[in-house]
Write a protein that binds this ligand. Sequence first.
Ligand code: AGP
Length: 611
Amino acid sequence: MCGIVGYVGSKQCLPILLSGLKRLEYRGYDSAGIALMTDSGLMISKAVGKIKMLEEAVNHADLQNINCSRGIAHTRWATHGEPNELNAHPHTDNFGEFALVHNGIIENYRSLKEYLIRKGVIVKTETDTEILVHLIRQNYKGDFTAAVRDALSQVEGTYGIAVISTLHPDTIVAARNGSPLVVGHGDGENFVASDVSAMLEHTNRVVYLQDGEIATVTPSSYAITTIQNVRITPTIEEISWTLEMIEKEGYDHFMLKEIYEQPTTLRNAIRGRINFEEGIARLNGLNLQYDELRRIKRVVITACGTSWHSALIGEYMIEELARIPVEVEYASEFRYRSPIIDDTTVLLAVSQSGETADTLAALREGKKHGSTALGIVNVVGSTIARESDGGVYIHAGPEIGVASTKAFTSQCMVLALIANLLGRMRSMSPAHGQELMTCIQQIPDQIEQILKNERVIKEIAQTYHAKDNFLYLGRGINFPVALEGALKLKEISYIHAEGYPAAEMKHGPIALIDESMPVVVIALKDPVYDKVMSNIAEIKARRGRVIAVATEGDKEIVDKVDHVVFVPHTHHMLTPLLSVIPLQLLAYHMAVLRGCPVDQPRNLAKSVTVE
Ligand code: AGP
């Protein structure tokens, strides 16, 4: 998604804006730009490609020596208009008095464009964003914030914007509707950004703008009003994240760092949430009393991408441990269906960023139909977290790599805790609860064991990294892990990979099997082990190459497959937290060997805040 950074203060703003953009690179982008408020007016520089290209453009325009302490900057993930310098943000009005950056989509930009052209405005680009800055100019009558407010009241769609003007050189006006925007509060300086990572090295005191809010920011103040011009008292939040949490700390990529963080992040997900004596999870954030938990008749889990895979795992956990029917819905589908839910249905929205547009819309749809909506979210203060009736933070810390890894395992851990809690409200005995809790507490150490196998996995990647297709198979609760393994490979190595229930292979995919098709099979010592071994035999009979994820101590599998990575034994319902680790590392090493930009895969964004 697009990234926005703005600064008003007394320091030179160019380095602050450029380093802020670098902190937002993980969001995915294809061009970048900057607007500086100088004594001789607005200075704009833009470039296609990475921020390094923008830095070269800034130096080429000799802007690096300009004395300037106010400005805005942007990384663009193209929606309307191809990725080129003309379409890159910031966009300016015809008089060069306003500059604007935007994240989101203006749905009615065409009709607004016709209106503006009739008023004599010259529109220079194919973007919806440019229309916004002309509209603000059209509405300007001396009050900068009022001009933005009046322009936005004509707009349909989503936006996070930051605007500067030569007519008010000390001010940034920012506004939010659907695309996240944060105001950072410093000493004699203030910031605006798409997320806190862009300002963390300067301040950890932030105000999250809500939908329909406008911030008027100067070096010494910020005032927040609504689009209806109602004054809001801002709530300052102190962010607990530290700078090193958003640095690579010696790892080649954020993704590898985050894979290795999983023992720690899972300990954080568990911490304070286990009542071992009663074998029950303690999840006060759900804001549900025991009798309300007992009244739940059905659970719908909605999410996208990797979070949808953890949701599928949650379905197996809750149905097995709590005997409550669960349905998992793609958020993008759920939001447009007329779902059959009522006040005995609980809707769980799973989202690392807490800003995914489809998941947020699904949450709102569920609430409209009377369900209790709970969020399983990583980013504190995110929109889904704030709009849920309750929920559980997964405490995985900032996940910078576009490919989700530590958030996935922490989502699965929280879903296991929820399944335990719901189960103990029903027929799950304290002893069974305690058995599950014992296994839960062993998971972080067991992942540390698996990570010691990285070299084995890297060697497997060396054998197969030139392949163009992969098949991933799993059964039961490990079928969603096969889907997740395939997604990881797809999104960072660009290899076509499909996940399938192992038994489905004979209904089609087996036609793909030959010596050129590597097949990853999750073959743990579980109730369906023998069935999976039959599937492996079917693959081998057709000269397929099999990479197995197996349970430590399984001697039988070794000479039936081409490669095997072992994971420790655990409670069947927790096996996905272990079986996914080798698949994360395999995808990572395949992508590295293929020379792919692991942390910022082409066309992808870390948080999809547009439909
Ligand atoms: C996962 O590796 C992808 N980056 C993507 O599928 C992601 O899981 C999806 O966009 C949902 O994001 P969220 O968890 O922030 O809602």
